[in-house]
Structures are given as C-alpha cells and as structure tokens.
Design a protein around this ligand. Structure first.
Ligand code: ADP
Ligand code: MG
Length: 398
C-alpha cells in the first residue's frame, strides 16, 4: 500500500479543463450558522489556487454532516461558499443539485479561472450508496477529477471513490501533505515511540491499538476507553463508560503489550462525577476504586503527571482521543496536560482524530505539533495500515 506512487494533481493536465475538486468542507458550526473552525477549508486553498492559476474551471464538491435524505437548510454549504468566496475574492455560485438543467447550464458557461460549488453532495441519493449511475453523472460534469478530501478517503462514496474510474484522477495537495508526512514519520520513527490513545470507545480504536502495538515502545491509555481496561482488571468502574463485551479484548491488548515488550500505562487516578453533566459535583479517586454511582470523566492529577513524564522523553508521539470529556472545562485538564507535555517534549508528533485535533486547537498548542490530521476516521484507518478506498481508486504513476 503505497499511495505516494499514485497520480496527483501535479501529474494531470488541468489547464483550461473542467476540474471536479472533491474537498472536505465538513466543518463545525455554532448555533447561529457560523463556521467555528475553518481549518479544513483553509487547507484546501492550495489545490484550489493551483487550479485557478492554471485557468481550470473549478467545480467544488463536499459533504457536510449526515443529512437524512435530500435538502436540509442547516446542512447547506452556503456558509462555506460565502467564506471561500471572501478568502479567494471571487464569486462562487452554489449549485443546488447535480442533475438539473440549471446546474448543467452553469457548468457549461463556467469560464477558465472561475469556480462553482455543488450543494452538500450527501443531499443526493446515489452518493453514500456509491451508485454507479450517479458516479457517472458526476463524472460527466467534468474532464478531470481531483480528490483532496482526506477526511472522506476511508469511505467509498460516489464522489470519493466511485467517479475516479470514469475520469483522469489524482489527489490534491492536502492529501499529499497528510500521507507523505505520516509515511515519513511512521516508516522510521524516532524512538522512543509513544502512542497516547483515549476517546470514547475501545471498539472505535481497536484496529489502531493492535497495529500500534507492533510499532510503539510505550502505549498510554486514558479517556473513556480506559474504564473497559479497569473492568477487565477486576476494578469497579461505577457508572463510567464501559464496554462489557470488550473485556476480553482489553485483556488481550494487555497480554500482547507484555509479550511485545511495550510499556503500557493506564491511569492511576481519575476525576469522577455524579452525573454526565458539565457542572456535576466531582472528585478525584484512585483508578481501581471508582465508587458506585460515580463516573470517570477525566484522568486525575497523579495520572497527568505519570503520562506527562512518559511523554517528555518521547522521540515520536501519535495521539488519538482525548483523556476525558475535554469539551467541558471541568473535565479538560487531563487532555490539557497531555497536549502541553507533547508540545514541550520536542518530539515529532501526529495528532489524529477530530476531537483530539479540536482540543489541541482550542487549548492553543496547534503550532507546537508536527502534524495535525484533518481526517478523523481516515487518519485512524491510515495508522492501522488499512486501505483507504478513495485512494485505492486512483491509478499509480507509471
Ligand atoms: P477523536 O475524535 O479524537 O478520535 P473520539 O471521538 O474517540 O476522539 O473521542 C472523543 C469523545 O470521547 C469526546 O466526545 C469525549 O467527550 C468523549 N470522552 C472521552 N472520555 C470520556 C469519558 N471518560 N466518558 C465519556 N465520554 C468521554
Ligand atoms: Mg471523534
């Protein structure tokens, strides 16, 4: 699996061509329809500008959220088109669908160096089901297809994987940066190689834990998933998140770590709350003594110190998943300590996962990290060494 050998935007003639550019504009919004983090859009600018400089006619495409079926005003790409139009200082016509005469007309009359944007592609029926007919229809809109939606590469949808076989296709600069950075760091990691895993569920991360066990020297586990390990060790976990069907898996991971000589760190203490509420009454208890009726929502101070010390000596760090409910101030200090320890360690660091990346930005450590992936699920798949269907669909360079 070497995606560095696939065709990229630089290998394909885009001059004066109609170029379908699949981006990942799946950005977060506040309650008033304002974009709260424009990073994914900003990271797409390099490919967009490259195409405009080469007089391409650019058709932008993205998904946003998970629409049920058809148009939903709150999942419209209108705010994205408006933001991009301002940044590029160019008009961007938002096309309401893929199939109408209006859309066909708008694309036919698009001039070199101009842009338009399709509405949220998940409003269309054939997108998620990757209908061949729909993929062909998308392909008929353009001469060339460039994928720069790293965050959607793990999904075989019509606009990511489906249409690539009907057009000359390659990936853009954002994807190139994502995969070349991660390949470079992971192929010959500076040691010790430390991985920190957290987040809600062990079941989301099992693949990546298993594959990292073959590569890392130290594995640190915190966040919601740590309580499944606690339970597997026979500790009481109160009302903490715990996947009781994954106890054997947790035991297996602990045994494998031992067998492979990987040092495994689990929490020593945790901050527990009465309820799953940002303002709940809370206290710190030992990891193996969570009282009945309390739930662990963050690591405790002893744990933060233990984890920070392990991180401080790291050569390479891969971090995925917050140490607690980091969205809530009262339960964010464990995640803050880890972010700070990585920032101060001088290690080469990869942050994968949407919530972890958001925490790093919010806590102000983004510029201290080597690479913060724009893809949650896709970066996990990549770290697992599993194929990404949208990249598989692109031809190799010869
Ligand atoms: P990422 O997006 O970085 O991969 P995840 O989506 O796996 O991370 O996990 C982040 C989510 O896990 C957050 O919504 C956070 O609130 C939740 N979480 C973390 N720790 C706990 C915990 N102890 N109890 C409940 N939820 C938790
Ligand atoms: Mg997440």
């Amino acid at each position: 699996m070497n995606y560095l050998n696939k065709l990229t935007i630089k290998d394909i003639d885009v001059e004066n061509k109609r170029v379908f550019l699949r981006c990942d504009f799946n950005v977060p919004f506040d309650g008033q329809g304002n974009i709260t983090d424009t990073r994914r859009i900003d990271e797409s600018l390099k490919s967009i500008r490259y195409l405009l400089e080469r007089n391409a006619k650019v058709i932008l495409c993205s998904h946003l959220g998970r629409p049920k079926s058809g148009y939903e005003d709150k999942l419209s790409l209108k705010p994205v088109a408006k933001y991009l139009s301002k940044v590029l200082n160019k008009d961007i016509k938002l096309l309401k669908d893929v199939s109408s005469e209006d859309t066909k007309q708008a694309i036919e009359t698009l001039k070199s160096g101009e842009l338009c944007m399709l509405e949220n592609i998940r409003f269309e029926d054939g997108e998620r089901s990757n209908e061949p007919e729909f993929a062909k229809k998308l392909a008929s809109l353009a001469d060339v297809c460039i994928n720069d939606a790293f965050g959607a590469c793990h999904r075989a949808h019509a606009s990511t994987a489906g249409m690539a076989k009907y057009l000359p296709s390659g990936y853009g600069f954002l994807i190139e940066k994502e995969i070349s950075t991660m390949y470079k760091i992971l192929s010959n990691p500076k040691r010790p190689f430390v991985s920190i895993l957290g987040g809600a569920k062990i079941s989301d991360k099992i693949g990546v834990i298993s594959s990292l066990l073959d590569k890392v020297d130290i594995l640190i586990i915190g966040g919601g998933m740590s309580y499944t390990f606690a339970n597997a060790l026979g500790y009481s976990v109160g009302t903490s998140l715990c996947e009781s069907d994954k106890l054997d898996l947790a035991k297996d991971i602990m045994a494998k770590a031992k067998e492979k000589g990987v040092k495994l760190f689990l929490p020593l203490d945790v901050k527990v709350a009465r309820e799953y509420d940002p303002n709940s009454e809370a206290k710190v208890v030992d990891f193996d003594k969570i009282p009945e009726g309390w739930m662990g929502l963050d690591i405790g101070p002893k744990t933060a110190k233990l984890f920070s010390e392990a991180i401080s000596g790291a050569g390479t760090v891969v971090w995925n998943g917050p140490m607690g409910v980091s969205e809530w101030e009262n339960f964010s200090s464990g995640t803050l300590s880890v972010a700070k320890a990585i920032a101060e360690s001088g290690s080469i660091s990869i942050i994968g996962g949407g919530d972890s990346a958001a925490a790093v930005y919010k806590l102000g450590f983004a510029d201290k990290m080597t690479h913060i992936s724009t893809g949650g699920g896709a970066s996990l798949r990549f770290l697992e060494g599993k194929p990404l269907p949208a990249l598989e669909a692109i031809k190799d360079k010869n």
